[in-house]
Design a binder for this molecule. Structure first.
Ligand code: ATR
Length: 283
Protein backbone atom coordinates (compact mmCIF):
# COMPACT_ATOMS: atom_id res chain seq x y z
CA UNK A 1 0.00 0.00 0.00
CA UNK A 2 1.42 3.37 -1.03
CA UNK A 3 0.33 6.50 0.82
CA UNK A 4 0.90 9.84 -0.94
CA UNK A 5 -0.61 13.31 -1.16
CA UNK A 6 -3.65 11.99 -3.06
CA UNK A 7 -4.60 9.28 -0.56
CA UNK A 8 -8.20 9.48 0.58
CA UNK A 9 -9.48 8.61 4.05
CA UNK A 10 -12.24 6.29 5.18
CA UNK A 11 -13.29 5.30 8.69
CA UNK A 12 -15.54 3.17 10.81
CA UNK A 13 -16.94 5.42 13.52
CA UNK A 14 -18.14 3.59 16.64
CA UNK A 15 -17.55 3.08 20.37
CA UNK A 16 -15.91 0.75 21.09
CA UNK A 17 -14.55 -0.07 17.67
CA UNK A 18 -11.55 -2.33 18.30
CA UNK A 19 -13.58 -5.48 17.49
CA UNK A 20 -14.62 -4.18 14.04
CA UNK A 21 -13.80 -6.29 10.99
CA UNK A 22 -14.51 -3.38 8.62
CA UNK A 23 -10.94 -1.98 8.48
CA UNK A 24 -9.48 -5.32 7.30
CA UNK A 25 -12.36 -5.87 4.87
CA UNK A 26 -12.31 -2.40 3.28
CA UNK A 27 -8.52 -2.09 3.13
CA UNK A 28 -8.47 -5.41 1.22
CA UNK A 29 -11.14 -3.99 -1.11
CA UNK A 30 -9.14 -0.80 -1.77
CA UNK A 31 -6.04 -2.90 -2.56
CA UNK A 32 -7.93 -5.27 -4.87
CA UNK A 33 -9.68 -2.44 -6.75
CA UNK A 34 -6.62 -0.13 -6.89
CA UNK A 35 -8.25 2.66 -4.83
CA UNK A 36 -5.73 5.06 -3.26
CA UNK A 37 -7.31 5.21 0.21
CA UNK A 38 -6.77 4.09 3.79
CA UNK A 39 -9.53 2.81 6.08
CA UNK A 40 -9.10 3.29 9.83
CA UNK A 41 -11.06 2.58 13.03
CA UNK A 42 -12.24 5.81 14.72
CA UNK A 43 -13.33 5.37 18.35
CA UNK A 44 -15.50 8.31 19.42
CA UNK A 45 -17.41 8.27 22.71
CA UNK A 46 -21.08 9.32 22.47
CA UNK A 47 -20.41 12.72 24.04
CA UNK A 48 -17.72 13.39 21.39
CA UNK A 49 -19.80 12.35 18.38
CA UNK A 50 -20.75 15.93 17.42
CA UNK A 51 -17.07 16.95 17.51
CA UNK A 52 -16.13 13.93 15.38
CA UNK A 53 -18.76 14.81 12.76
CA UNK A 54 -17.56 18.40 12.74
CA UNK A 55 -14.05 17.10 12.04
CA UNK A 56 -15.37 15.02 9.15
CA UNK A 57 -16.98 18.11 7.65
CA UNK A 58 -13.53 19.71 7.48
CA UNK A 59 -11.86 16.75 5.74
CA UNK A 60 -11.72 17.50 2.01
CA UNK A 61 -10.03 14.21 1.18
CA UNK A 62 -12.72 12.13 2.86
CA UNK A 63 -13.79 9.09 0.84
CA UNK A 64 -16.51 7.84 3.21
CA UNK A 65 -17.40 6.57 6.65
CA UNK A 66 -19.18 3.57 8.12
CA UNK A 67 -21.14 4.26 11.29
CA UNK A 68 -21.65 1.55 13.87
CA UNK A 69 -22.94 0.96 17.39
CA UNK A 70 -23.87 3.12 19.31
CA UNK A 71 -23.97 6.01 16.83
CA UNK A 72 -26.32 4.82 14.06
CA UNK A 73 -29.34 6.79 15.29
CA UNK A 74 -27.60 9.55 17.28
CA UNK A 75 -25.69 10.74 14.20
CA UNK A 76 -28.85 11.52 12.19
CA UNK A 77 -29.39 15.14 13.42
CA UNK A 78 -25.69 15.95 12.95
CA UNK A 79 -25.77 15.34 9.17
CA UNK A 80 -26.70 17.55 6.20
CA UNK A 81 -29.28 15.12 4.84
CA UNK A 82 -30.38 11.48 4.53
CA UNK A 83 -30.95 9.15 1.58
CA UNK A 84 -34.46 7.61 1.35
CA UNK A 85 -33.01 4.32 2.72
CA UNK A 86 -31.57 6.00 5.81
CA UNK A 87 -34.77 7.95 6.29
CA UNK A 88 -36.84 4.74 6.23
CA UNK A 89 -34.49 3.01 8.68
CA UNK A 90 -34.25 6.02 11.01
CA UNK A 91 -30.57 5.11 11.16
CA UNK A 92 -27.33 5.62 9.26
CA UNK A 93 -24.56 3.07 8.67
CA UNK A 94 -22.73 4.89 5.85
CA UNK A 95 -21.73 8.51 5.27
CA UNK A 96 -21.31 9.88 1.75
CA UNK A 97 -19.21 13.02 1.16
CA UNK A 98 -21.03 15.04 -1.49
CA UNK A 99 -19.88 18.56 -2.43
CA UNK A 100 -18.75 19.44 1.07
CA UNK A 101 -21.87 17.98 2.65
CA UNK A 102 -22.23 14.77 4.68
CA UNK A 103 -25.15 12.63 3.61
CA UNK A 104 -26.37 9.73 5.78
CA UNK A 105 -27.11 6.51 3.93
CA UNK A 106 -28.06 3.02 5.03
CA UNK A 107 -26.83 -0.15 3.29
CA UNK A 108 -27.81 -2.56 6.09
CA UNK A 109 -31.19 -3.49 4.58
CA UNK A 110 -29.97 -3.99 1.03
CA UNK A 111 -26.90 -5.82 2.36
CA UNK A 112 -29.13 -8.14 4.36
CA UNK A 113 -31.30 -8.92 1.31
CA UNK A 114 -28.24 -9.61 -0.85
CA UNK A 115 -26.78 -11.90 1.84
CA UNK A 116 -30.09 -13.72 2.25
CA UNK A 117 -30.19 -14.42 -1.47
CA UNK A 118 -26.54 -15.37 -1.85
CA UNK A 119 -25.81 -17.29 1.35
CA UNK A 120 -29.20 -18.87 2.04
CA UNK A 121 -30.94 -18.89 -1.37
CA UNK A 122 -33.92 -17.04 0.11
CA UNK A 123 -35.92 -14.36 -1.77
CA UNK A 124 -37.94 -11.75 0.13
CA UNK A 125 -40.86 -11.51 -2.33
CA UNK A 126 -43.94 -13.30 -0.97
CA UNK A 127 -42.09 -14.39 2.18
CA UNK A 128 -43.49 -14.92 5.68
CA UNK A 129 -40.77 -14.13 8.21
CA UNK A 130 -40.35 -13.97 11.99
CA UNK A 131 -37.98 -11.31 13.32
CA UNK A 132 -36.63 -11.63 16.86
CA UNK A 133 -36.04 -8.23 18.47
CA UNK A 134 -37.46 -4.74 18.04
CA UNK A 135 -34.42 -2.41 18.14
CA UNK A 136 -32.58 -0.63 15.34
CA UNK A 137 -31.38 -3.83 13.68
CA UNK A 138 -34.91 -5.27 13.68
CA UNK A 139 -36.20 -2.07 12.10
CA UNK A 140 -33.64 -2.32 9.26
CA UNK A 141 -34.50 -5.97 8.60
CA UNK A 142 -38.27 -5.50 8.83
CA UNK A 143 -38.30 -2.40 6.60
CA UNK A 144 -36.09 -4.03 3.98
CA UNK A 145 -38.12 -7.26 3.87
CA UNK A 146 -41.42 -5.35 3.62
CA UNK A 147 -40.00 -3.07 0.93
CA UNK A 148 -38.77 -6.10 -1.06
CA UNK A 149 -42.24 -7.67 -1.09
CA UNK A 150 -42.48 -9.92 1.98
CA UNK A 151 -46.17 -10.60 2.55
CA UNK A 152 -46.16 -11.23 6.31
CA UNK A 153 -43.84 -10.29 9.17
CA UNK A 154 -44.16 -11.39 12.77
CA UNK A 155 -42.10 -9.32 15.20
CA UNK A 156 -41.27 -11.24 18.39
CA UNK A 157 -39.79 -9.32 21.29
CA UNK A 158 -39.33 -9.70 25.04
CA UNK A 159 -40.91 -6.25 25.43
CA UNK A 160 -43.98 -6.73 23.24
CA UNK A 161 -45.00 -3.05 23.34
CA UNK A 162 -41.76 -2.18 21.60
CA UNK A 163 -42.53 -4.81 18.93
CA UNK A 164 -46.02 -3.35 18.49
CA UNK A 165 -44.60 0.13 17.93
CA UNK A 166 -42.22 -1.20 15.31
CA UNK A 167 -45.01 -3.23 13.66
CA UNK A 168 -47.13 -0.06 13.35
CA UNK A 169 -44.22 1.84 11.85
CA UNK A 170 -43.48 -0.83 9.22
CA UNK A 171 -47.16 -1.38 8.37
CA UNK A 172 -47.73 2.36 7.91
CA UNK A 173 -44.95 2.52 5.32
CA UNK A 174 -45.77 -0.79 3.65
CA UNK A 175 -49.54 -1.36 3.71
CA UNK A 176 -49.16 -4.42 1.42
CA UNK A 177 -47.31 -6.31 4.16
CA UNK A 178 -49.15 -7.76 7.15
CA UNK A 179 -47.09 -6.96 10.26
CA UNK A 180 -47.96 -8.27 13.72
CA UNK A 181 -46.24 -8.37 17.12
CA UNK A 182 -45.98 -11.18 19.65
CA UNK A 183 -44.18 -11.62 22.97
CA UNK A 184 -40.93 -13.61 22.90
CA UNK A 185 -40.61 -16.05 25.81
CA UNK A 186 -38.26 -18.89 26.67
CA UNK A 187 -41.12 -21.37 26.17
CA UNK A 188 -42.41 -19.77 22.92
CA UNK A 189 -42.62 -22.33 20.11
CA UNK A 190 -41.82 -21.13 16.62
CA UNK A 191 -44.42 -23.53 15.21
CA UNK A 192 -47.06 -21.31 16.87
CA UNK A 193 -46.23 -18.73 14.20
CA UNK A 194 -47.93 -20.16 11.14
CA UNK A 195 -46.13 -20.76 7.83
CA UNK A 196 -42.85 -19.14 8.78
CA UNK A 197 -40.18 -19.61 6.09
CA UNK A 198 -37.48 -17.34 7.55
CA UNK A 199 -36.43 -16.56 11.13
CA UNK A 200 -33.98 -13.70 11.75
CA UNK A 201 -32.35 -12.97 15.11
CA UNK A 202 -31.57 -9.27 15.51
CA UNK A 203 -31.16 -9.35 19.31
CA UNK A 204 -27.83 -9.43 21.09
CA UNK A 205 -28.65 -12.81 22.63
CA UNK A 206 -25.99 -15.34 21.63
CA UNK A 207 -23.06 -12.92 21.79
CA UNK A 208 -22.05 -14.20 25.26
CA UNK A 209 -21.36 -17.89 25.95
CA UNK A 210 -23.86 -18.10 28.82
CA UNK A 211 -26.73 -16.24 27.18
CA UNK A 212 -30.16 -17.81 27.63
CA UNK A 213 -32.10 -19.29 24.70
CA UNK A 214 -34.53 -16.88 23.04
CA UNK A 215 -37.37 -19.40 22.65
CA UNK A 216 -37.85 -23.16 22.60
CA UNK A 217 -35.20 -24.09 20.00
CA UNK A 218 -36.56 -27.65 19.84
CA UNK A 219 -39.57 -26.19 18.00
CA UNK A 220 -37.41 -25.33 14.96
CA UNK A 221 -37.80 -27.56 11.95
CA UNK A 222 -36.96 -27.56 8.22
CA UNK A 223 -37.68 -25.85 5.89
CA UNK A 224 -37.42 -22.75 8.12
CA UNK A 225 -34.31 -20.78 7.10
CA UNK A 226 -32.54 -19.31 10.15
CA UNK A 227 -30.34 -16.21 9.98
CA UNK A 228 -28.51 -14.79 13.01
CA UNK A 229 -27.06 -11.31 12.52
CA UNK A 230 -24.37 -12.17 15.10
CA UNK A 231 -21.05 -13.28 13.55
CA UNK A 232 -18.85 -13.48 16.63
CA UNK A 233 -19.14 -16.25 17.75
CA UNK A 234 -19.61 -17.64 14.22
CA UNK A 235 -22.12 -20.23 15.44
CA UNK A 236 -24.57 -19.12 18.14
CA UNK A 237 -26.64 -21.68 20.08
CA UNK A 238 -29.58 -20.67 17.84
CA UNK A 239 -27.64 -21.52 14.66
CA UNK A 240 -26.36 -24.77 16.20
CA UNK A 241 -29.89 -25.82 17.14
CA UNK A 242 -31.20 -24.86 13.69
CA UNK A 243 -28.55 -26.90 11.88
CA UNK A 244 -29.09 -29.87 14.19
CA UNK A 245 -32.76 -29.82 13.12
CA UNK A 246 -31.97 -29.64 9.40
CA UNK A 247 -32.71 -25.93 8.91
CA UNK A 248 -30.54 -23.96 6.45
CA UNK A 249 -28.72 -21.50 8.75
CA UNK A 250 -26.25 -18.64 8.39
CA UNK A 251 -24.55 -15.99 10.50
CA UNK A 252 -24.12 -12.23 9.96
CA UNK A 253 -20.82 -12.29 8.03
CA UNK A 254 -22.41 -12.33 4.54
CA UNK A 255 -24.50 -9.29 5.55
CA UNK A 256 -21.37 -7.53 6.82
CA UNK A 257 -19.72 -8.12 3.44
CA UNK A 258 -22.70 -6.97 1.37
CA UNK A 259 -23.45 -3.82 3.37
CA UNK A 260 -19.74 -3.02 3.07
CA UNK A 261 -19.72 -3.77 -0.67
CA UNK A 262 -22.63 -1.37 -1.23
CA UNK A 263 -20.86 1.35 0.79
CA UNK A 264 -17.67 0.78 -1.26
CA UNK A 265 -19.62 1.19 -4.52
CA UNK A 266 -21.28 4.40 -3.34
CA UNK A 267 -17.94 5.87 -2.25
CA UNK A 268 -15.83 4.89 -5.27
CA UNK A 269 -18.30 4.37 -8.15
CA UNK A 270 -16.53 1.06 -8.81
CA UNK A 271 -17.89 -2.49 -8.47
CA UNK A 272 -16.89 -3.90 -5.08
CA UNK A 273 -14.30 -6.71 -5.12
CA UNK A 274 -16.60 -8.94 -3.05
CA UNK A 275 -14.32 -11.98 -3.20
CA UNK A 276 -11.36 -10.03 -1.77
CA UNK A 277 -13.63 -8.72 0.99
CA UNK A 278 -14.83 -12.24 1.82
CA UNK A 279 -11.25 -13.53 1.87
CA UNK A 280 -10.26 -10.76 4.30
CA UNK A 281 -12.92 -12.11 6.67
CA UNK A 282 -11.94 -15.73 6.12
CA UNK A 283 -15.18 -16.74 4.36
P1 ATR B 1 -30.07 -2.84 18.14
O1 ATR B 1 -30.24 -1.38 17.80
O2 ATR B 1 -28.70 -3.40 17.83
O3 ATR B 1 -31.14 -3.69 17.56
P2 ATR B 1 -31.21 -2.52 20.81
O4 ATR B 1 -32.04 -1.37 20.35
O5 ATR B 1 -30.47 -2.38 22.09
O6 ATR B 1 -30.10 -2.92 19.75
O7 ATR B 1 -32.15 -3.82 20.84
C1 ATR B 1 -31.72 -5.00 21.39
C2 ATR B 1 -32.78 -6.07 21.18
O8 ATR B 1 -32.33 -7.27 21.83
C3 ATR B 1 -34.13 -5.74 21.78
O9 ATR B 1 -35.14 -6.29 20.96
C4 ATR B 1 -34.07 -6.45 23.14
O10 ATR B 1 -35.32 -6.79 23.67
P3 ATR B 1 -36.17 -5.74 24.59
O11 ATR B 1 -36.72 -4.72 23.64
O12 ATR B 1 -37.23 -6.59 25.22
O13 ATR B 1 -35.19 -5.17 25.58
C5 ATR B 1 -33.33 -7.70 22.75
N1 ATR B 1 -32.71 -8.37 23.90
C6 ATR B 1 -31.59 -7.99 24.56
N2 ATR B 1 -31.33 -8.85 25.57
C7 ATR B 1 -32.31 -9.79 25.54
C8 ATR B 1 -32.60 -10.97 26.31
N3 ATR B 1 -31.81 -11.36 27.33
N4 ATR B 1 -33.69 -11.70 25.97
C9 ATR B 1 -34.48 -11.34 24.94
N5 ATR B 1 -34.27 -10.24 24.17
C10 ATR B 1 -33.19 -9.48 24.47
Amino acid sequence: MRIDGHTKLAFVLGYPVAHSLSPAMHQAAFAAAGVNAVYLPWAAAPDRLAAAVQGLHAMENLLGVNVTVPHKEAIVPLLDGLTPEAEAMGAVNTLLAREGKLLGDNTDGAGFLAALREALGCEARGLTAAILGAGGAARAIAMSLARAGACRLVLLNRNVDRAKRLADLVAARHPGCQVTAQPLRLNSKITEVAEIRLLVNTTSVGLQPNDPHLFDYASLSAPIVVCDLIYNPPETPLLRAARARGCPAGNGLPMLVHQGALAFERWTGKPAPVQAMQEALGI
